[in-house]
Design a protein around this ligand. Structure first.
Ligand code: EZ4
Ligand code: CO
Length: 455
């Protein structure tokens, strides 16, 4: 409350100070010419306040944490996504117990100031839980601002720079033929770019592949293994032998035109990643995704020194400052932060602007474990910046669309958003109640000798 009254009195203070600064004679003549009829009418929109912050945890096939921010204007609210896979309740508690009380009474239009207040205000800054909570608030505030302006968020960000956002989907399989089939289905659906992942012979479970169940990647796959995390086995040697052969197979069968991508999922050591990037060169990947752990910025230099395969990184980053050395030293070609974990649109537009200076393009994370408002936020940024690269996407199941209607569209390989004011997504709170939270974790991975491995 204190904050709000300060903010509005500050505005009046500037107005009065401005008037007092005018030369007395001018002021005098202005005053004599001013009668009651000319009393300045209030211009622009009336002041706005945040009246309530609702945190909704729901599991329409996967667990999602949503933030709904209500305002003093009847019917005006915003919805943001604050989902952190496997730690959903920690973010929900942070929002409910610590952040909501700070927001009620504030002006929802002051997005940047709210971002700074929630980031620097607690003294303890950053980390995935706080940054995801902040992203949820940030998205909801952009949604409100867009609705209030009667404009889609991409208009507030500067307007369209492109007709749509080139999208990529996932194709995976137990062997090369299954991956090829999945890729062909994606191409039939209109995709121009496909991320390919294959199970590694002799290893139980491989990131991004269907295991023994089916070859269809759906947004709901991981949530079905509720309970405790499963364990997959990873060994770099068979992985490094298999992946180049997969892409040789795909290029032979699918030709040169389709854009192919591969996600290492932070599983390699720098010298292994350098070898893989080099051996993949003949197959001209659009990019090799997340080769190293997020902690290891220096390791990217080794990859760079050995290969011209384009490198993408960032879905595990939770700080703008994580992106800085990789972009400014041109160690990557695509920055692919998650708008739900990096601090929302406010963070993304700064990262994109920084990347523009270094010819780095964006490829925001777009998996099924973040919900439609983040996917919408991705596309609003994608279509309004000059240095967009590509957009990862999934198709949400009907239950998720029932809870979170609206959002992105897909046609002929491109994502888009329509002209709906705000983010263009909504939240059906009644529907959300039908799908209560189910404890669920991402899988973990170990080496054959039982030691811990990045998943
Ligand atoms: O494993 O979002 O590029 N996409 C990915 C995802 C991540 C999940 C983790 O929560 O790497 O599938
Ligand atoms: Co990834």
């Amino acid at each position: 409350m204190l904050n709000t009254s300060f903010a509005s009195s500050r505005r009046w203070f500037f107005k009065l100070a401005g008037a007092a600064a005018l030369a007395p004679s001018f002021r005098q003549s202005a005053l004599t010419r001013t009668d009651a009829a000319e009393e300045p009418k209030p211009r622009g929109l009336p002041p706005l306040k945040i009246t309530e912050v609702r945190v909704i945890v729901t599991c329409p096939d996967r667990n999602y944490v949503l933030v709904k921010i209500l305002t003093s204007e009847a019917g005006l609210y915003g919805v943001g996504d604050a989902t952190l896979n496997g730690r959903e309740l920690a973010v929900a508690e942070d929002l409910e117990k610590h952040i909501a009380p700070l927001l009620v009474g504030r002006d929802p239009e002051e997005i940047e100031d709210t971002w700074q207040y929630l980031y620097r205000g607690p003294y303890w800054r950053g980390g995935p839980i706080q940054m995801t909570a902040l992203a949820g608030v940030d998205q909801a505030l952009w949604d409100i601002k867009g609705k209030r302006a009667g404009m889609p968020v991409y208009q507030l960000l500067g307007g369209r720079t492109r007709q749509g956002a080139l999208a990529y989907t996932h194709a995976s399989g137990r062997d090369f033929a299954e991956v090829e089939d999945a890729a062909r289905r994606a191409l039939e659906r209109g995709f121009k770019a496909v991320r390919a992942q294959v199970a590694i012979p002799g290893l139980e479970g491989t990131y991004g592949t269907p295991g023994r169940k089916s070859s269809e990647e759906t947004a709901g796959r991981v949530a079905q293994q509720s309970g405790l995390p499963s364990t997959e086995i990873f060994e770099p040697a068979p992985y490094l032998r298999t992946v180049p052969k997969l892409f040789e197979h795909l290029r032979v069968k699918l030709g040169e035109e389709v854009e192919l991508l591969h996600d290492v999922h932070e599983r390699l050591a720098p010298i292994e990643a350098a070898r893989l990037a080099r051996e993949l060169e003949p197959y001209h990947l659009f990019f090799l995704e997340d080769p190293l752990r997020p902690e290891d910025k220096q390791g990217f230099r080794l990859i760079r020194e050995h290969s011209t395969t384009p490198i993408a990184m960032g879905e595990l980053f939770d700080s703008l400052w994580d992106c800085l050395p990789l972009i400014s030293q041109q160690l990557i070609d695509f920055i692919r932060c998650d708008l739900d974990h990096i601090g929302g649109i406010t963070a993304a537009r700064k990262i994109a602007a920084l990347a523009e200076f270094y010819q780095v393009k964006t490829a925001w994370h777009g998996p099924g474990d973040i919900s439609p408002p983040t996917h919408a936020a991705n596309v609003h940024v994608d279509i309004s910046i000059p240095n967009f690269g590509i957009q990862e996407m999934v198709f949400f199941p009907d239950v998720a669309r029932e809870v979170l209607p609206g959002g992105t569209t897909f046609k002929d390989g491109y994502m888009d958003v329509d002209r709906t004011p705000g983010l263009g997504t909504d939240l059906n709170e009644e529907a959300a109640k039908k799908y209560p939270y189910r404890r669920s974790y991402l899988p973990t991975a170990r080496r054959k000798d039982g030691s811990m491995q990045d998943w």
